[in-house]
Ligand binder design. Structure first.
Ligand SMILES: Cc1cc2nc3c(=O)[nH]c(=O)nc-3n(C[C@H](O)[C@H](O)[C@H](O)COP(=O)(O)O)c2cc1C
Length: 300
């Protein structure tokens, strides 16, 4: 998704290009994420609408893409008025929420999957802090659609925990920054995740809500600008430049790197193709071992 500041027609064209490039690199299914912002008057931002329509149009125009581009995830705000269009397109619609109230609203409006994301997550988090361990069981008890846990997952043990909380799986962000496959970003970003410890993350103002990233002089300067009364436009321009300094130039000092608290437990740079199946196998082994222990205890 080519950013939220692009001109809508240009953004839609770029997204279509990214979708076609992705399809050319894999025969497996993939998803597109569209953050849904709103104007002060409450209308869905033209760029968010352009992206939703571009995803639906790309599938409509190509039978191969219709098969592969299986999932639309929406985040930030809920695209309620576009729900009939998304439902009619055949896409699996996953929506990210930060509260049980939002999860119930999404279910009521017909989403197929709820992504329940806790406050410790990397990137845009939530104005009302609800941590994953409390949020996810609240949500899985409240809704009947499948739920994915997001925020704090990093290995098989955390996947097993998510399943125990009633989730059907996990959606990770920070773990994949520290991967060999994240070739778009400067290698210093992966090293920064591996080196981060507890307390090295910080909350700063994001576009739609508070955001979480690694502490840096770049975040300190953003907070100074905020306290000096910088306009929303000035803050956005500073943040965009700081994100680029971190992600593309590897400047983790004056730059800003979005990341979750889970960075404190990530100790290696992985290959996604090896890591994901190994993580699933580790979760299965953890659950089998726990089941065997429970069986032995009840058989006594
Ligand atoms: C660098 C970065 C960028 C992200 N960008 C988006 C985004 O554009 N849309 C979105 O829905 N979530 C975004 N997220 C959030 C992730 O999808 C995921 O919900 C979150 O990272 C989960 O928490 P974790 O970091 O503990 O795994 C981003 C996270 C990170 C770390």
């Amino acid at each position: 998704m080519p950013g939220m500041t692009a001109d809508p027609a240009e953004g839609a064209r770029l997204l279509r290009g990214h979708i076609e490039e992705t399809a050319s690199l894999t025969s497996r299914p993939f998803a597109v994420n569209v953050p849904v912002g709103r104007t002060d008057a409450g209308e869905v931002l033209p760029i968010s609408e352009a992206y939703i329509r571009a995803v639906i149009e790309a599938r409509r125009a190509d039978a191969g893409l219709e098969r592969q581009l299986a999932v639309l995830t929406t985040s930030a705000g809920f695209p309620g008025e576009f729900r009939p269009l998304i439902a009619g397109s055949g896409l699996i619609h996953m929506h990210k929420v930060g509260s049980t109230r939002q999860a119930l609203k999404a279910e009521q409006l017909g989403v197929d999957v709820v992504i329940a994301s806790g406050y410790e997550m990397g990137g845009h988090t939530h104005a009302v802090p609800m941590h994953t361990f409390v949020l996810v069981p609240n949500v899985t008890e409240a809704v009947s659609v499948p739920v994915l846990l997001s925020g704090g997952a990093r290995n098989g043990r955390t996947l097993a925990a998510a399943l125990c909380l009633g989730a059907a799986g996990v959606a990770m962000g920070t773990r994949f920054i520290a991967s060999e496959d994240n070739a778009d970003w400067h290698p210093a970003t992966a090293r920064a995740i591996v080196e981060a410890g507890e307390g090295d993350d910080i909350i700063f103002p994001g576009v739609y809500s508070p955001a979480r990233g690694l502490r840096s002089a770049g975040v300190d300067h953003l907070m100074e600008l905020l306290h000096q009364g910088a306009t929303a436009g000035e803050l956005l321009a500073y943040k965009d430049a700081a994100l680029i300094r971190a992600e593309e130039e590897g400047d983790l000092d004056s730059g800003i790197l979005p990341a979750g608290q889970v960075a404190s437990g990530i100790r290696d740079i992985v290959s996604v193709a090896q890591f994901v199946p190994a993580m699933a196998a580790e979760a299965a082994a953890v659950l089998s071992q726990l089941a065997a222990t429970a069986h032995a205890v009840t058989a006594r």
